[in-house]
Design a protein around this ligand. Structure first.
Ligand code: ADP
Ligand code: MG
Length: 235
């Protein structure tokens, strides 16, 4: 049996206090195997980004734990956590967050610099179809091209986990499909475990594992999903 790579156990998280207290995660459990393309679905405000932030070591849970390859995040000290974030995680967001005064190649080199096991920058540039844009600055690129660079910066680290939080939220339909296909290529080529939040229909053909969140808990957990219906994606 393949080892559970990422384990989420009884995760709880609230924000605010008193009347304003809001329980966002209410005991969330699931696990993901190495190399899986895992998709998180749920209505807006259901805690998807909060969950990614906890897996990313940016937020801490009130209860429960996250473990990666058997190591619990809560047992890591500040230095270990920094290394974990730098070396083992790649993040892709809806906003591309590129460094404006660095060109495409340099933005991707930033990711390589953070890792002790980076991929070849030129190879990643060609995987992402950015050869003709290497020396352009972010302001000279379309949204889809900028998102390619942000995927490159994350993937070049050769991260164990590539976390994507609505990566196509700001893109048109056709570009979104291209971006999701590129992330799928990276999953196959580099065997990154992918945790992705998206509402994009094109994900139906790509996901190995679909987790649906509602009211702070996992409502549906389906491994090796062949097809997700449009209705289910839509909420
Ligand atoms: P989703 O990504 O599923 O839309 P989020 O995880 O962003 O949901 O947010 C879930 C809820 O938690 C929202 O109501 C949001 O306002 C609240 N929330 C998230 N982060 C914080 C924070 N740092 N402080 C206070 N409330 C927060
Ligand atoms: Mg979100």
């Amino acid at each position: 049996m393949a080892m559970e790579f990422l384990e989420i156990a009884n995760l709880k998280k609230s924000f605010g206090s008193g009347e304003a207290r809001q329980e966002v995660l209410r005991g969330m459990n699931f696990s993901v195997k190495r190399g899986e393309f895992c998709v998180l679905l749920g209505p807006s405000g259901s805690g998807k980004s909060t969950l990614l932030n906890i897996i990313g070591g940016i937020e801490t849970p009130d209860e429960g734990f996250v473990s990666i390859a058997g190591d619990k995040l809560e047992e890591m000290n500040e230095k270990q956590l920094t290394l974990y974030r730098r070396k083992h995680l790649g993040y892709v967001f809806q906003q591309y967050n590129l460094i404006p005064n660095l060109n495409v190649k340099e933005n991707i080199e930033v990711g390589a610099y953070l890792s002790d096991n980076p991929l070849d920058v030129e190879e990643v540039i060609s995987t992402l179809g950015l050869q003709d844009h290497k020396y352009k600055y972010p302001s000279q690129l379309s949204g889809g091209q900028q998102q390619r660079v942000s995927i490159g910066r994350a993937v070049v680290k050769n991260p164990d986990i590539l976390m994507c939080d609505e990566p196509t939220g700001a893109l048109d339909y056709k570009t979104s499909k291209e971006i999701l296909a590129l992330i799928e290529d990276c999953n196959h080529k580099y065997n990154n475990t992918i945790i992705m939040v998206t509402h994009n229909e094109a994900i139906k053909a790509m996901a190995d594992h679909v987790i649906k969140l509602r009211d702070g808990v996992v409502r549906h957990n389906d491994v090796n999903t062949q097809k997700i219906s449009a209705y289910e994606l839509d909420w």
